[in-house]
Design a binder for this molecule. Structure first.
Ligand code: ADP
Ligand code: MG
Length: 272
């Protein structure tokens, strides 16, 4: 084989996979057609994996979460069937927004991340940010050209997740920049947004500007689905379970305590 041919043709994944593909071809006596299909398929697989890794890095996802990892039995108010339907991502294709509303610990970020993960695996570009980070990034731009450039970063992805709306009160300038972003994505790209604050309180969050809040909500909610979660905090559940674990650990006779994982006890002590 001519040296460097794979490089010239940009077939580096095929080059890496070829020894194994050839091996299989010989042992399984593939036809020429099967061999060609598998060899080119290995190049395609390699490219797709590389593209996924690139999208994943650009998405700044803080943790991997899945719908399968969500205990709907603990938190029945987001309808499982509806969330599984949303995982088909038609909301991304139709540029529809999703808003998860509810108190802390009820799984808003988890469900947003699960849908974002699904979008990434289906080839969509995604960006995750908290509102506080978004506001800081835009406000710290030293001149209007840089603000526009940074805004484009949030406008470009097919899906933008804006987490934790409600924990930070924005200044008037930050609120205007947030409005600009929502307006720019309106009917162009989906937003998943999470908030612990009902819409009536958004004027206070957005620099005290009720007119701006109304205009922003108008665009955000025109094509949107609002999913309210009105349950208990999963974080509190885990804390309570840790406490029960810790108590059991303490009550065990000294000779057997060492048999348990020391990590369980340490977690309990650390947070109590
Ligand atoms: P929120 O964004 O509403 O404050 P999170 O989504 O951050 O809550 O949830 C807090 C933690 O609890 C996360 O680690 C999340 O994965 C987990 N969690 C929340 N609800 C559930 C659930 N119903 N099933 C499994 N894990 C959950
Ligand atoms: Mg959250």
């Amino acid at each position: 084989m001519k040296k460097g041919i794979y490089k010239q043709l940009h077939l580096l994944h095929l080059e890496a996979a070829l020894p194994q593909v050839l091996d299989q071809a010989r042992t399984q006596q593939w036809t020429y057609e099967t061999f060609l299909e598998r060899a080119l398929g290995s190049e395609l697989d390699g490219r797709e994996q590389k593209a996924l890794a690139r999208r994943l890095k650009a998405a700044r996802i803080p943790a991997k979460k899945t719908l399968d990892g969500f205990e709907f039995s603990f938190q029945p108010s987001p309808c499982e069937r509806r969330l599984r339907e949303l995982a088909d991502l038609s909301f991304v294709r139709s540029c529809t927004n999703l808003v998860f509303l509810g108190p802390p610990g009820t799984g808003k970020t988890h469900l947003s991340l699960a849908l974002a993960d699904r979008a990434l695996s289906q080839g969509y570009s995604v960006l995750f940010t908290t509102l506080a980070d978004l506001a800081r990034t835009l406000e710290s731009a030293s001149h209007p050209g840089l603000v526009r450039q940074r805004l484009r970063r949030y406008i470009a992805p097919s899906l933008l997740v804006i987490d934790e709306v409600g924990y930070t009160r924005l200044s008037q300038e930050q609120a205007h920049q947030f409005f600009e972003l929502v307006a720019a994505r309106y009917e162009h790209g989906s937003i998943i947004l999470t908030s612990n604050t009902s819409f009536a309180g958004w004027g206070r969050l957005l620099g005290g500007d009720e007119v701006l809040a109304t205009a922003l909500l108008d665009r955000l909610l025109h094509h949107a689905e609002v999913i309210s979660i009105n349950g208990r905090s999963y974080r509190m559940k885990e804390r309570q379970e840790d406490r029960v674990d810790e108590a059991a650990w303490r009550e065990e006779p000294s000779g057997t305590a060492g048999a348990r994982s020391p990590g369980v006890g340490q977690v309990g002590v650390g947070i109590s």
